[in-house]
Design a protein around this ligand. Structure first.
Ligand SMILES: [Zn+2]
Ligand SMILES: [Zn+2]
Length: 183
């Protein structure tokens, strides 16, 4: 869905959209597994710069909800993540940057991004908002044991038959002493 400047000049645009699972390309990081729902309103905000220049910003306020499938950073098993997010964003025309200090008060309060050309694509906004919700390292459970670095077995499903790591020689020395004491 494209919010067109031409239309926003006439009136705000309310939206209520659904996107089928997998319809937004989230890259390798995440997979959308349920319908993505989003609703809200787009509105034109005009900033006056000097006497003649008017910058047309798009203010977008709304929410989104969906469910993502991520890979556990330790064992690579899938991790489900529900995303429910409210957003209030301000998009300025690309190349109109007057510097942040010159933003009007309304503009300075919101997160500022940029749109190109005739308007703003809702899909682009949603993709960005979803990726912001994805943690840097998703973990399936707090005590996930991960994969064995030697054979690759998922250690949450039991110990593998790889040899235990080589013991610290200082422990061996202690064992020897203990052995002597016991004899
Ligand atoms: Zn895991
Ligand atoms: Zn192993």
């Amino acid at each position: 869905m494209l919010f067109e400047i031409q239309e926003l000049e006439r009136h705000p645009v309310d939206f209520k959209e659904e996107f089928a699972p997998g319809s937004l390309d989230l890259g390798d990081e995440a997979r959308q597994t349920t319908v993505l729902k989003s609703a809200g309103r787009a509105q034109l905000v005009e900033e006056h710069h000097g006497k003649h220049q008017i910058i047309q910003d798009i203010r977008l306020k709304g929410d989104l909800s969906t469910r993502l499938e991520l890979a556990c950073a330790r064992c690579l098993e899938s991790v489900m993540l529900d995303v429910n997010r409210d957003f209030e964003l301000l998009y300025r025309p690309q190349g109109s940057d007057a510097g942040r200090e010159e933003l009007s008060v309304t503009a300075a309060e919101a997160e500022v991004s940029y749109y190109q050309g005739e308007g703003l694509l809702l899909e682009d906004v949603l993709r960005e908002q979803i990726l912001l919700a994805v943690p840097l390292k998703a973990i399936c459970k707090e005590d996930c044991k991960g994969l064995c670095p030697h054979c690759g077995k998922n250690l949450n499903n039991g110990q593998c038959s790889c040899e235990e790591p080589v013991e610290d020689p200082r422990w061996n020395a202690l064992k020897e002493i203990r052995g002597k004491l016991e004899n």
